[in-house]
Design a protein around this ligand. Structure first.
Ligand code: FES
Length: 283
C-alpha cells in the first residue's frame, strides 16, 4: 500500500547531514520564527500565519493536517508532551506578547500550532498555562484495548504499548501502529476545554525518526502524537476506532466520521495556517 512508504517522496524532507540540509532547516525556522512578530490585532494576540508540522490530510473536506505534538518519556516511562517555556516578547509597536516556542529538530515549535477550533481561548493553550504535560487516557474511546486495560485519567505508560509491533483490532492491517485516545493539559478544566490527543506507537515512526531531524526530536521510541481536532469542523478523528474507516480509504489512517476527512499519521508534512488570536494578554 502506498501508505507503507513513510513519508512519501513528494513531501519528504529528508534529514541530510551537511551544509545543504542545514541551510534548508534554517530557512524553515526563519519563516516560522518571523510569523509571530506581526501578530497583534485589535481582538487579540498571538495569531497570524504559522508554519507547523502535521499529519497530512489525504482526503475529505479538511483544509490541512492535524498539528503534531512533540513527545518525551520521563524516567519512569510515562509519556509527556513538550510545552516550551513562555516568555514576554516586545513587538515593533512597543506592546508585549506572551509566546511559548522553541527550536526543536530544526523546526520552530510554537504553541500557536494549536490555536484553532476555539482552542485559542482555552487556558491550557495559553503560552504560560501551567500543567504537568503528561498524556492521560481519555474517557472518549472506542478502542477496546484501552477500555479493558487502562483507566480514564491514568497516565500513558510505555508498558501499555509493548505489543505495538503486532497489535491489531480487525480494522486495517495488524502491526501498523497501536493507538490510544488521550487528553493533554486538561486536568481540572471544563470538559469543553479538554484537548483530545491521538497517540500512536508504531515501528514506522521509529524508522522515520532514524532519517529525519524533526521526527528524531519530536517522537520517542516510536510514539507520535497529534492534537486530535479535525481541521474541518473540529470533530475528533480516530485511528482504527471506526469500522467505517476502510470504506473511505482510511483503514490504516486517521478517519473523521463527521464528513469523511482522512489524515495519515505516518506522513508528517510542513504546512501553514492562520492561527486565531488569543484573548489579549492584558485581558
Ligand atoms: S470531516 Fe468535518 S469535522 Fe472532520
Amino acid at each position: 500500500m502506498d501508505s507503507d512508504k513513510y513519508p512519501t517522496e513528494s513531501d519528504r524532507r529528508r534529514f541530510v547531514k551537511g551544509v545543504a540540509g542545514g541551510a534548508a532547516m534554517a530557512a524553515i525556522s526563519t519563516a516560522a520564527g518571523a510569523a509571530i512578530e506581526g501578530t497583534t490585532t485589535g481582538i487579540g494576540t498571538g495569531g497570524g500565519t504559522v508554519t507547523y508540522r502535521a499529519a497530512k490530510n489525504t482526503d475529505g473536506p479538511a483544509p490541512r493536517g492535524l498539528p503534531q505534538i512533540p513527545l518525551e518519556l520521563d524516567d519512569e516511562g510515562y509519556l509527556k508532551g513538550v510545552w516550551p517555556e513562555s516568555e514576554e516578547r516586545e513587538l515593533e509597536d512597543g506592546s508585549t506578547i506572551t509566546v511559548a516556542e522553541m527550536e526543536l529538530g530544526g523546526v520552530t515549535y510554537s504553541t500557536q500550532w494549536f490555536q484553532y477550533c476555539g482552542c485559542q481561548t482555552f487556558q491550557n493553550v495559553q503560552p504560560d498555562g501551567d500543567y504537568d504535560n503528561y498524556m492521560r487516557y481519555s474517557a472518549n474511546t472506542r478502542l477496546g484495548w484501552q477500555s479493558d486495560q487502562t483507566s480514564i485519567g491514568e497516565r500513558v505508560h510505555v508498558d501499555h504499548f509493548e505489543d505495538y509491533a503486532e497489535w491489531g483490532n480487525g480494522i486495517g492491517d495488524d502491526g501498523y501502529g497501536k493507538p490510544a485516545n488521550c487528553t493533554w493539559r486538561s486536568e481540572d478544566v471544563d470538559s469543553e476545554e479538554t484537548l483530545p490527543i491521538q497517540v500512536i506507537r508504531s515501528a514506522r515512526v521509529e524508522r522515520a525518526a532514524e532519517e529525519d531531524e524533526w521526527l528524531a526530536a519530536s517522537t520517542v521510541d516510536g510514539f507520535i502524537a497529534f492534537l486530535n481536532k479535525c481541521t474541518h469542523f473540529c470533530c475528533i478523528p480516530g485511528f482504527k476506532d471506526s469500522a467505517d474507516a476502510p470504506k473511505f480509504g482510511a483503514a490504516n489512517k486517521s478517519y473523521c466520521g463527521c464528513h469523511q476527512s482522512v489524515y495519515d499519521p505516518f506522513e508528517v508534512v510542513e504546512r501553514s495556517f492562520t492561527a486565531l488570536p488569543r484573548p489579549n494578554d492584558d485581558g
